[in-house]
Write a protein that binds this ligand. Structure first.
Ligand code: NAP
Length: 339
């Protein structure tokens, strides 16, 4: 089967950083399904895993943690899928990724694709949707119904892949008042179109800008970029007894004592936790993808794809990585079709 892989960790300008290879097609065991991959999403995690270092892989390493495709064969213990089903999923960071014509994935972290979407529209969603859903409804404990209308959330990094779906879930599913951050006219336009009622600039003074927008504080803060820079402002902006969630690693220690007087909470979201630790509730990721597929098909929320490259090959994947490395992507970049 065709795949895109690396054996060395090189700058993305180097044509050897990601190369086209031929690999053996795997066979599903246990609860795995074998998926014929039709489209892949590209995420900052791909760039972080590929980042230059001295290590050398003995066998080609396949990255990629977002796919939409068709089930070809199911393992002997699979109960939720059959050959021919259209699926979308992020997969497991500890296993070979989706940048290959065929991929094995545990059925518990797979969703049935929205019927109204093409493969490339669906491939934009899984990783960011799992992240945003878990952050909002499982880490921050936002009620998942339109009962929270008096409550507010600051989403820092609103126009990126995760922000684009988080804004929609916060507004359309939870009924929160959303203040999103964006630093450019085009990213501001994007977050407003997705439903953000207020937009402020993440390179400015966030608490001061919130006040200008009429918010003394916010009930929730979701940090989707540069935790080191934004944590103190999040601590200043969060309401007494409010909650902060971040999805981005910090480089320096975070001063959680800033939250003590407010009895405010701080929590991480890492969307690979369930698959990495094989938690008893792994199936929840498949369930939430199915729920989001229904929200898409019922036109409550929309796909976040913004750029589609074709075919799926090393040259186009290097281009997508280079764009993400720039840190200014709006929505999602997707690649479709292996030939
Ligand atoms: N923990 C997890 O499970 C998890 C899951 C997914 C992603 N992540 C991480 O979350 C981060 C965001 O992912 P993503 O897919 O949304 O990335 P992305 O699509 O590459 O994000 C691009 C956006 O980031 C904004 N941005 C750039 N610098 C910023 C800053 N200093 N502060 C706030 N926003 C800034 C830009 O907005 P402007 O153009 O308006 O400046 C741009 O629209 C990445 O570090 C990724 O690795 C973690």
């Amino acid at each position: 089967m065709k795949a895109i892989a690396l054996t060395r960790y090189l700058p993305i300008e180097n044509p050897e950083s990601l190369v086209d290879v031929q690999l053996d097609k795997p066979t599903p065991q246990g609860r795995d399904i074998l998926v014929e991959v039709k489209a892949i999403g590209v995420n900052p995690v791909d760039v972080k895993v590929r980042a230059p270092k001295d290590a050398i892989e003995k066998a080609p390493r396949v990255l990629g943690w977002d796919a939409a495709g068709v089930v070809q064969v199911v393992g002997p213990e699979v109960s939720g899928f059959k050959a021919g089903d259209r699926v979308f999923y992020a997969g497991d960071i500890t296993r070979p990724g989706s940048n290959s014509e065929f991929q094995l994935v545990d059925e518990r972290i797979v969703g049935h694709m929205p019927q109204s979407l093409s493969f490339e529209q669906a491939a934009a969603l899984p990783l960011t949707t799992i992240t945003a859903w878990e952050a909002l409804f499982e880490r921050l404990h936002v009620p998942p119904a339109a009962t929270a209308s008096a409550k507010s959330i600051l989403i820092i990094g609103g126009a990126g892949g995760v922000g684009s779906i988080a804004i929609q879930l916060a507004v359309k599913v939870a009924g929160l008042k959303v203040i999103a951050t964006a630093s450019r006219p085009e990213s501001e336009k994007w977050v407003r179109e997705l439903g953000a009622q207020h937009v402020i600039n993440h390179f400015g003074d966030l608490p001061a800008q919130l006040k200008q927008e009429g918010f003394d504080n916010v009930d929730y803060v979701l940090i989707l970029n540069d935790t080191d820079r934004h944590f103190p402002a999040a601590a200043a902006a969060v309401a007494p007894q409010g909650m902060i969630c971040t999805i981005v690693e910090n480089a320096a220690p975070l001063d959680v004592s800033l939250l003590k007087a407010k009895s405010a909470g701080f929590i991480w979201e890492f969307m690979f936790t369930r698959s990495m630790f094989q938690t008893a509730d792994m199936q929840q990721q498949g369930n939430l993808l199915d729920q989001v597929a229904r929200l898409i098909d019922n036109q409550v929320i929309v796909t976040t794809v913004n750029q589609v490259l074709s075919p799926i090959n090393a040259a186009n994947l290097r281009q997508a990585h280079a764009t993400l490395e720039g840190g200014r992507a709006i929505g999602k970049i997707v690649l479709k079709d292996f030939s």
